[in-house]
Design a protein around this ligand. Structure first.
Ligand code: ZN
Ligand code: ZN
Length: 132
């Protein structure tokens, strides 16, 4: 499929393929900052469009959401809300992101004071229904 993209964790023991990924959003909430070490870049697709191979662990994230990491190396790979039909892939784990755009920044009220956001992209102080 033309819009099929692959990705993997740091150690390579988890690989995945996703179809129909939307554009990327940046989340600056505290949970995403703790989980990633900076802020989260993620893009979603329907749950059935993501297949992975290898062992992952799901742990609690914000609210009812969960984040998946490789059990071997700990790389964060996916984010999901159990009640949602979609799942998000963390953009840093994609093998290539050519042609993907960034929609904007969410939860900027919780962003770290150590980095500016000078890219001119839209910003929301909390979440934005359509993308998060
Ligand atoms: Zn790994
Ligand atoms: Zn977040």
């Amino acid at each position: 499929m033309a819009d099929s993209r692959s990705g993997h964790c740091l150690c390579g023991s988890v690989t995945y393929r996703a179809e129909g990924l939307r554009d990327i959003w940046y989340c600056h909430c505290r949970q995403c900052r703790y989980a990633t070490g900076h802020f989260m870049a993620a893009c979603r697709t329907e749950k059935e469009n993501l297949v992975w191979d290898g062992l992952i662990s799901w742990t609690a994230h914000s609210g009812s959401s969960e984040i998946a990491r490789c059990r071997q190396c700990g790389s964060p790979l996916f984010w999901r809300q159990p009640e949602s039909a979609t799942i998000s892939v963390l953009a840093g784990s994609l093998d290539e992101t050519e042609g993907m755009d960034v929609l904007g920044h969410i939860f900027t009220a919780e962003k770290g004071s150590y980095y500016p956001l000078p890219d001119g992209l839209p910003q929301w102080i909390e979440h934005r229904e359509k993308i998060c």
